[in-house]
Design a protein around this ligand. Structure first.
Ligand code: HEC
Length: 98
């Protein structure tokens, strides 16, 4: 599964906005899985810098984001497909930075 959308300069900025609103509480501002709300789950939110995540395909991450994983709710009905791909692009970007 591949993103049908072209990655534009705006893609990452939009992904970043969504991420800080909806994901950072669990995954942490920089994606290390250390967000405040994550600690209460009894299951550590994924660390996007870990090879467990970075070695996965975009499609696999997109699927988990859409359908949920463990204690993470599904986001299929929360975001459009384009927004979910923006988020995956941003999650990728986080994984490449320290
Ligand atoms: C309620 C806390 C919570 C929120 C909010 C949340 N997540 Fe998660 N996320 C988790 C947990 C817990 C996992 C599962 C970790 C595991 O199974 O090892 C996970 C897993 C993932 C995975 C799969 C990684 C993998 O391979 O296991 C992706 C991708 C992901 N989250 C992205 C996001 C994005 C993008 C958002 C914002 C739209 C988000 N998450 C919001 C808690 C959360």
């Amino acid at each position: 599964m591949k993103s049908p959308y072209h990655e534009e300069p705006l893609t990452l900025a939009q992904g970043e906005d969504l991420f800080s609103l909806y994901c950072a509480s669990c995954h942490g501002d920089t994606g290390y899985g250390d967000g405040a709300a994550g600690g209460a789950l009894g299951q550590k939110p994924a660390n996007f810098h870990d090879t467990l995540v970075t070695k996965q395909s975009n499609g696999a991450l997109f699927w988990k984001l859409s359908n949920g994983k463990g204690n993470m709710p599904p986001f299929q009905d929360v975001f459009t497909a384009e927004q979910r791909w923006q988020l995956i692009a941003y999650v990728r970007q986080l994984g490449k930075t320290d």
